[in-house]
Ligand binder design. Structure first.
Ligand SMILES: [Zn+2]
Length: 185
């Protein structure tokens, strides 16, 4: 397997449509078993079509607003885990002179997981559906946000397959507000 060393980038137009993807994009899509996300299939489509969960969509819209309305660029750390690895990443979102918004996703480091963790998206939210933070990838099976492999519910056997819906945890929300200059503490 080729080590992922570069960055994965793409650009949005004023209507939030993906207008261009970088050279590493297709490699990353294929390596993550997502051939439906190769460049030729995402270009000209709105970014929000690929963002799961209402809360995460609002988060992305707020991020775009910050960049377009003065802040011009913002950097956030996040996770893009795979079943076998925790992948720590950084995104830099900036407004270009042309009016396009440029997203650059850079790999910081990865950690192997001891046990494989499978996550699938629930099509509907049920009473007991776990929320997964789209930014830090922690899950909230009960009250707290935890690493999926650390969760041991009182009567629940260790879960290796999670059915989740996507949201944003409090810590990531606060980090975003801080990075965008809205919150100063
Ligand atoms: Zn989070």
């Amino acid at each position: 397997m080729k080590a992922i060393s570069g960055c994965v980038d793409f650009r949005l137009d004023k209507q939030d449509k993906i207008v261009a993807v970088g050279s590493e994009w297709d490699f990353f899509a294929l390596e993550n078993d997502a051939p439906e996300l190769i460049g030729s299939k995402v270009i000209d489509r709105p970014l929000l079509e690929f963002v799961s969960g209402k809360v995460t969509q609002q988060f992305v819209q707020a991020l775009l607003q910050v960049v377009r309305n003065g802040k011009q660029s913002i950097e956030l750390e996040y996770r893009c885990d795979s079943p076998t690895e925790r992948r720590f990443m950084q995104m830099r979102v900036s407004l270009e002179e042309s009016g396009l918004v440029h997203f650059v996703n850079t790999f910081l480091h990865t950690e192997s997981r001891k046990n494989k963790i499978l996550i699938s998206r629930a099509t509907q939210r049920g009473k007991n559906t776990t929320v997964r933070c789209s930014m830090c990838n922690l899950v909230k099976p009960l009250k707290d946000w935890v690493e999926p492999e650390q969760f041991e519910g009182s009567n629940t056997p260790k879960i290796t397959e999670w059915l989740v819906i996507y949201g944003i945890c409090d810590v990531c929300e606060t980090n975003f507000l801080r990075a965008s200059g809205v919150a100063t503490t």
